[in-house]
Design a protein around this ligand. Structure first.
Ligand SMILES: [Cu+2]
Length: 494
């Protein structure tokens, strides 16, 4: 059994018995509290939000300064809140010395507004897309998508949270006091040496992806959040370059899963553990009404250990015995429930959430097949030639359109991954998982999605409602180093 066998996750408790391991470093500067990124609501800004990609210095640990990138700050960016039905202009200034882009991951907008490698913002330039917000409430993720630089720029800090809200969501009575009972939780692993952020390099980076020895939440190493002793909503975003998390609570308490990448589920789902791959988001409700301190924890880096088990791939470092991994957890975020912090102690968990029309699979007019692959030829060296990381045996070429889709069509995309699990992301759409490995999808596959882990073949039911004529959309592996090294393709919608 591996930790990535999704069918075992709902069994829950067995994976997560051990106490959290102790961190090597002192508490972060903010006395262990969770940093809450500034909230910028588009309606309070006259529907114009200014973002500046900039270089800065960040002290992740006291007295240890690291060179980082951020939006309107030194590391990460503000949380942007936009409202369904509005048109929001983003003024994105690039104050870096390198090119960049800002991709609105999960936003349903036409191709030329998407922030893909085709909307390059040169150093010193400003990009001003006006984004029509026409989708249900959801937790989205904005980040650099400059081809060949995505991994490095996101690793250095170019990422943030984008929240879509609407009246339907506001009418559900979900916890929604930002920073109090509605918390942004952007999870990233990063490599620190002597308390300073370092950029992992070397030949294995292209295959393994950049991983790290420290888990950051909103840019802080293993912080503590003071929360009301009631129901709290966590907006979980996996902003890591490569790591997949198996998230649960240290006391195995259950929580309610209410939202995916695409928005709220039809009904809340009670779980003890949830998987989150790079690019994926989940909204959960957890009760701290018992007043007991508890932590969000993760299983070990299962994706890395699977890589470590691969023959001919060389040493990864951090080699694990897969059987032993199941008994070890790491703390992601500690919670200290406090009376008098607001929130609603006795708030019920809504069962029925957002109604949604799923396309009829019989309406699918086209089937396409995608295989994400990594060559192990050439003594296991990945990325040493342009064809090592591929989709359907082709490495990304920005001048080549791989697929042409008709606007308004419903299609079935059958996607599988070789050698390791790959988080597959499609721009400009939401999809539903129809089948996994020829069988019914897992419980964790449900809901409107934009990123899904594939190894065994997964059939996705995709509706293409956004045009991509002036610029194509991307589909790619969301292990950012796989994407940078060529595990990406592009399609038009016309
Ligand atoms: Cu991949």
């Amino acid at each position: 059994m591996t930790l990535l066998d999704r069918r075992t996750l709902l069994a829950g408790g067995g994976l997560l018995l051990a106490a959290a391991c102790t961190r090597k470093f002192a508490s972060p500067e903010r006395a262990g509290t969770l940093p809450i990124p500034r909230l910028i609501d588009a309606r309070q800004q006259g529907q114009l939000i200014s973002l500046q990609a900039q270089k800065g210095e960040t002290a992740f640990f006291p007295g240890r300064r690291s060179t980082t990138l951020g939006y309107n700050g030194s590391y990460l960016g503000p949380t942007l809140r936009v409202h369904r039905g509005d048109d929001v202009t983003m003024a994105v200034r690039n104050s870096l010395s390198a090119d960049t882009t800002v991709h609105w991951h999960g936003l349903l907008v036409p191709g030329e507004l998407d922030g893909s490698p085709h909307q390059l913002i040169a150093s010193g330039a400003t990009w001003r897309p006006t984004l029509p917000i026409r989708q249900p409430a959801a937790t989205l993720f904005y980040h650099s998508h400059a081809h060949g630089l995505t991994g490095e720029q996101v690793y250095s800090g170019l990422a943030g949270m984008l929240v879509v809200t609407d009246e339907e969501e506001q009418g559900l009575g979900l916890p929604s006091d930002y920073g109090v009972d509605d918390l942004p939780v952007l999870i990233q692993d990063r490599q620190f040496e002597d308390g300073r952020l370092v950029m992992p390099t070397g030949m294995m980076i292209a295959s393994q992806g950049r991983r790290g020895n420290t888990i950051l939440v909103n840019g802080a190493p293993t912080p503590r959040a003071d929360v009301p002793n009631g129901l709290v909503r966590l907006r979980l975003v996996n902003g890591s370059n490569a790591r997949i998390y198996e998230l649960s609570f240290s006391d195995d308490r259950t929580f309610h899963w209410i939202g995916t990448e695409g928005g709220l589920l039809a009904r809340s789902v009670e779980l003890q553990a949830i998987t989150l791959a790079p690019g994926q988001r989940a909204e959960i409700l957890v009760s701290f009404a018992d007043g007991q301190p508890v932590s969000l924890v993760t299983g070990q880096d299962a994706n890395a250990s699977m890589m470590g088990m691969m023959g001919g791939m060389g040493m990864m470092g951090g080699h694990h015995d897969d059987e032993d991994d199941a008994s070890t957890t790491e703390t992601v975020l500690a919670f200290s429930p406090r009376p008098g912090l607001g929130g609603r102690a006795a708030a019920p968990v809504p069962t029925l959430l957002a109604a949604r029309t799923v396309p009829d699979p019989d309406a699918a007019v086209t089937r396409r097949r995608f295989v994400l692959n990594m060559s192990t030829e050439g003594e296991g060296m990945m990325g040493s030639d342009g064809d090592a990381l591929t989709i359907n045996d082709r490495s990304f070429d920005i001048g080549r359109i791989d697929e042409e889709v008709r606007l308004g069509d419903v299609e079935i995309w059958k996607v599988s991954g070789r050698k390791m699990p790959h988080p597959f992301h499609i721009h400009g759409v939401h999809f539903d998982v129809l089948r996994r490995d020829g069988d019914d999808p897992d419980v964790l596959d449900q809901g409107p999605r934009d990123t899904i882990v594939v190894k065994e073949a997964v059939e996705l039911l995709v509706r293409f409602d956004q045009p991509a004529t002036k610029a194509p959309f991307m589909y790619h592996c969301h292990i950012l180093e796989h994407e940078d090294e060529g595990m990406m393709g592009q399609f038009t919608v016309a």
